[in-house]
Ligand binder design. Structure first.
Ligand SMILES: [Fe+2]
Length: 354
């Protein structure tokens, strides 16, 4: 459909009236089409997007009111402003025309100056309305594009995050396996400890952030053992004091190895403290109760249970009952009582196994 910002449709069954209006408007630069009845008018608006319709009321067949009503009910034509031009200048007709959606009303005989002023005003208003609609549509499109782009970016970011998390987990597993390749006698120790520590965290209903830290730290808690010579790790007789000291350095070595990794949790500190005990008898710093991170206390209990239960190069596995005895006897002395209780509940479960 063609559009024009100054194209006016005249609708009047009186040819003489049409000529007067045509001449007046064309003299002032408007382009004009004429229709002698409603049918011609409907055809005309289907071909051209007029800026304004000047409409007579009294016409044979469909009158001006009906035509106005039809044009205003059609989404294609409802925005074209209509000015009624008629001899019926009584207030009822004015009210009816305006109620039907007409923009204005001019009585006959026509005052040329008044006609031109109103035509100009309504065409300007229509232009403004069209531009406003266009601007809103343009801005809405821009906004929609931005939202789609943002959603795509969010999805991409989510994917990258998942990839990054997987990469971190794979890297941690790789790190953990390096320790166990060198120390086959404790193979599986870190996975077992991770499993039990995670169950204890669940039993204690710890915050997700804390249990995530426990899980990640458990996976690599003995990473520092990669600096302990294999001969010491695999020695089957009692260790010398100097050898024991070398082994006891593994929390510090582990801390040094991972302290610069930007984990969202204090993993290096948890690794450093996993052999600290409540009464200060642990190592490397001999920290006491509240000086020890809660995550390290959970890891410490899971670690000792696993270590006692299973075989070590220098001794056979002592079994789960000895592990239970150790944590029960030292509940509140070496190990946090609440964590011990949680661990005992888990071990007690029929289906529990490392
Ligand atoms: Fe350890």
């Amino acid at each position: 459909m063609k559009t024009s910002s100054d194209y006016i449709l005249l609708v009047d069954d009186e040819i003489a009236n049409l000529r007067i209006l045509e001449s007046c408007l064309e003299d002032h630069g408007y382009r004009v089409s004429s229709a002698k009845n409603a049918d011609e008018a409907i055809k005309a608006v289907s071909k051209m997007n007029y800026s304004l319709i000047l409409l007579d009321i009294g016409m044979p067949g469909m009158d001006g009111f009906e035509l106005c009503s039809q044009l205003k009910s059609d989404p294609e034509t409802r925005d074209i402003p209509i000015i009624f031009i008629t001899g019926h200048k009584d207030s009822q007709s004015v009210a009816k025309g305006l109620n039907l959606g007409a923009s204005d009303y001019i009585g006959k005989p026509i005052n040329e100056i008044e006609l031109l002023a109103r035509v100009k005003t309504h065409i300007r208003l229509k232009d403004f309305q069209d531009n406003l609609g266009y601007l809103v549509k343009q801005k809405t499109n821009e906004l929609q594009k931005e939202i789609i782009q943002r959603k795509k970016t969010e999805k991409d970011l989510e994917k990258s995050n998942l990839k990054l998390q997987k990469l971190i987990q794979d890297t941690l597993k790789l790190l953990a396996s390096v320790v166990e390749i060198r120390d086959p006698f404790t193979a599986g120790h870190q996975q077992n400890v991770t499993k039990l520590a995670t169950l204890i965290a669940q039993e204690l209903d710890l915050e997700e952030n804390v249990s995530d830290a426990i899980r990640v730290a458990s996976t690599i808690h003995d990473i520092g053992k990669i600096r302990v010579p294999i001969e010491i790790l695999s020695k089957s007789c009692k260790l010398l004091d100097i050898e024991m000291d070398i082994i006891k350095a593994h929390p510090v070595t582990g801390y040094e190895l991972i302290k610069n990794i930007d984990f969202p949790w204090p993993i290096a500190e948890i690794v450093l403290q996993h052999h600290e005990r409540l009464n200060g008898s642990g190592y490397p710093k001999g920290l006491k109760s509240d000086e020890i991170l809660y995550e390290a206390k959970v890891l410490g209990v899971a670690d000792v249970i696993e270590a006692i239960t299973y075989h070590r190069p220098y001794r056979a596995g002592l079994g789960i009952n000895n592990a239970i005895e150790e944590i029960k006897n030292n509940k509140g002395i070496l190990y946090d009582p609440e964590i011990v209780e949680a661990a005992l509940k888990i071990i007690d479960r029929v289906d529990f196994k490392f």
